[in-house]
Design a protein around this ligand. Structure first.
Ligand SMILES: NC(=O)C1=CN([C@@H]2O[C@H](COP(=O)(O)OP(=O)(O)OC[C@H]3O[C@@H](n4cnc5c(N)ncnc54)[C@H](O)[C@@H]3O)[C@@H](O)[C@H]2O)C=CC1
Ligand SMILES: O=C(O)[C@H]1O[C@H](OP(=O)(O)OP(=O)(O)OC[C@H]2O[C@@H](n3ccc(=O)[nH]c3=O)[C@H](O)[C@@H]2O)[C@H](O)[C@@H](O)[C@@H]1O
Length: 442
C-alpha cells in the first residue's frame, strides 16, 4: 500500500519507518525543514535504538521518502496517517491546532478515496472534526479512522513491529478492511471498534498505567514508614495475573511527553461533560509530589542542602531516550538550585536536550558518571541507565566527599551498596540504618 505519514516526531517517524519495513511505500512529511534535511541525508533527529538502521535500509530499498511538501506526498496515497503533536494547553486540554491545520491541508490535497487516520492522541470526537474539516475542502469519497499509538520511547521499534494489540476505530467496513489488512502481519490481536471508543481506549490505557505507577509509589511511601520493601511487595502483587507485574516499579514518578499530558487531558475531557474524575486527579497529585521524596531524603542525609554540591545521574524521563519533556529531573534540579546547592549533572544521552530546556550558572555539566560523583556531598540517581547500574560502587564511594547515595529508581542491591560503604536511600525499601522506619511493629 502507499502510505503518507504527516509529522515526523517520535510516532510519525517510527510508524512511517516500520510501515516501510513491512514492504509498503511510505512518504513522511514534516513542516520542519531541518528535520526533513536530517532524515533525507540518512540521519535521525531523535535518539531511538535501532531506528536509523531501519531508516537507511528502507531508503536504500526505495520504499521510504521524506519531504516537506504534502502536495508531493499525497496524490498516490491509499492511507494518510496524521501523527502531529497534541500538546497540553495551559488548561490541561489538548491543543488541537496542529491536527486542525493538518486536516485542512489534507482536505486541500485530496484527489480520490483515501483512509485518513488519526494516530495522534486526541479527545473523543476529534476524528469527526477532522472529517468535517476535510469535507469543507473535498467533496469526494474518503473515510476517517482512529488508529491510536501505544509505542514507548526507547523500545519504539520493537513495540511497533511486535505490538500487544492494534486498535482500529472506524465507522465503515471499507476502512476497517484496509486497516486490518495493513496491520495483520503484526498481530492477531486487532480490536475493531467504533471511532469514539478507539479514541477513548488510548486515554484510558495511559491513565490506567499512570494510576498503577502512582499506586505503587504510594505503597512505597508507606513501606518506608513501616519497614517493608516495595520491590518484594510489587513482586508478590504482580504474580497475581489479575494485577500483572508491569508498571509497578516505584520511584520518583512518571514523566515524559505523554502520561502527564494525557492524564490532564482526560481530566478535562471528563470535566467538559461534567464528570469529576477524582481518582485520576489524585494520580496526578501523587505524581507531582513523588519526585520531592528525593529532596526530603537529601535533607535528612545532609542536614541542610544549602551550600552543598549534589551530583545528579540521569536527566531523561526514562532510560534509552534523550527526551527530557516533563522529566522529574527538571523540577528536582530547579529546587536544588533554589536551595542554594551546586548541582553536578550527567546523562549518557540527554545532556544537550536538558541544557536547551534548563540551564543555570550553578549547574556543572559533567563528562562522566564518576566525574559527577567527584567531591559531591551526595549523589542522586534519577534515571536508571544501565551505565549507572553497572558502575563500580567502590570507585563512587572514593570519589564522593560524603558517602550518600539517593536512588530514585531502586537500581541497586542494598547489600552491595552497604558493602561499598555508602549510605543508601532508595524508594520504599529499607536502606541506610539511620533512615529507620517511623513505625516499628511489635
Ligand atoms: N512520543 C510518544 O512516545 C508517543 C506519542 N503519542 C502521541 O502521538 C502524537 C505525536 O507525538 P510525538 O511524535 O511525540 O510529537 P512531536 O511533537 O515530537 O512531533 C510532531 C511533529 O509534527 C510536525 N507537524 C506539526 N504539524 C504539521 C503539519 N501540519 N504538517 C507536517 N508536519 C507537522 C512537527 O513539526 C513535529 O515534527 C501526540 O498526540 C502524542 O500524544 C502516542 C504514543 C507515543
Ligand atoms: O502515549 C504515549 O506516548 C506512550 O506513553 C507511555 O510510554 P513512554 O512515555 O514512552 O514511557 P513509559 O515506559 O511508559 O514510561 C513513562 C514514565 O513512567 C515511569 N515509570 C514507568 C513504569 C514504572 O513501573 N514506573 C515508572 O515510574 C518511567 O520512568 C517514565 O518516566 C506508554 O507506556 C505507551 O504505551 C504510550 O504509547
Amino acid at each position: 500500500m502507499k502510505i503518507t505519514v504527516i509529522g515526523t516526531g517520535y510516532v510519525g517517524l517510527v510508524s512511517g519507518i516500520c510501515y516501510a519495513e513491512l514492504g509498503h511505500d511510505v512518504y513522511c512529511v514534516d513542516k520542519d525543514a531541518a528535520k526533513i534535511n536530517t532524515l533525507q541525508s540518512g540521519g535521525i533527529p531523535i535518539y531511538e535504538p535501532g531506528l536509523q538502521r531501519l531508516s537507511l535500509k528502507n531508503m536504500d530499498a526505495g520504499r521510504l521518502r521524506f519531504t516537506t511538501a504534502l502536495a508531493e506526498a499525497m496524490p498516490e496515497a491509499d492511507i494518510v496517517i496524521m501523527a502531529v503533536g497534541t500538546p497540553s494547553l495551559p488548561s490541561g486540554e489538548a491543543d488541537m491546532s496542529y491536527i486542525e491545520a493538518a486536516a485542512s491541508e489534507v482536505g486541500a490535497a485530496m484527489n480520490g478515496y483515501k483512509v485518513i487516520c488519526v494516530k495522534s492522541t486526541v479527545p473523543v470526537g476529534t476524528n469527526e472534526r477532522v472529517g468535517r474539516i476535510v469535507r469543507e475542502r473535498y467533496d469526494g469519497p474518503f473515510d476517517t479512522a482512529s488508529l491510536p499509538e501505544f509505542l514507548r520511547e526507547g523500545t519504539a521499534v520493537r513495540d511497533t513491529l511486535h505490538p500487544d494489540r492494534i486498535v482500529i476505530g472506524t465507522d465503515g467496513s471499507r476502512a476497517a478492511r484496509i486497516l486490518s489488512d495493513l496491520h495483520r502481519p503484526l498481530t492477531n490481536q486487532i480490536v475493531l471498534t467504533d471511532i469514539r471508543s478507539a479514541e477513548m481506549i488510548k486515554y484510558a490505557s495511559n491513565a490506567f498505567l499512570a494510576t498503577k505507577i502512582s499506586f505503587i509509589n504510594e505503597i512505597a511511601n508507606i513501606c518506608e514508614k513501616v519497614g517493608a520493601d516495595v520491590i518484594e511487595v510489587a513482586k508478590g502483587m504482580g504474580l497475581d495475573n489479575r494485577i500483572g507485574g508491569s508498571f509497578l516499579r516505584a520511584g520518583i514518578g512518571y514523566g515524559g511527553s505523554c502520561f502527564p499530558k494525557d492524564t490532564k487531558a482526560l481530566i478535562q475531557i471528563a470535566g467538559n461533560v461534567e464528570y469529576d474524575f477524582k481518582l485520576l486527579k489524585s494520580v496526578v497529585e501523587v505524581n507531582k509530589q513523588q519526585r520531592f521524596g528525593v529532596l526530603d531524603k537529601l535533607g535528612k542525609a545532609l542536614g541542610d542542602v544549602r551550600g552543598t554540591t549534589v551530583g545528579v545521574w540521569g536527566l531523561a524521563f526514562k532510560p534509552e531516550t534523550d527526551d527530557v519533556r516533563e522529566a522529574p529531573a527538571l523540577e528536582i534540579i530547579e529546587q536544588l538550585i533554589e536551595s542554594d546547592a551546586t548541582v553536578k549533572v550527567y546523562d549518557p544521552i540527554a545532556m544537550a536536550n536538558f541544557k536547551r530546556t534548563f540551564d543555570h550558572p550553578r549547574i556543572v555539566w559533567c563528562d562522566s558518571a564518576l566525574d559527577t560523583a567527584q567531591d559531591s556531598d551526595a549523589l542522586c540517581l534519577l534515571t536508571e541507565w544501565k551505565e549507572f547500574a553497572a558502575i563500580d560502587l567502590g570507585a563512587v564511594r572514593a570519589a564522593l566527599a560524603r558517602p550518600i547515595l539517593i536512588d530514585g529508581r531502586n537500581v541497586y542491591d542494598v547489600q552491595r551498596v552497604r558493602e561499598a560503604g555508602l549510605h543508601y536511600y532508595p524508594v520504599g525499601r529499607p536502606g541506610h540504618e539511620a533512615y529507620i522506619p517511623e513505625l516499628i511493629l511489635d
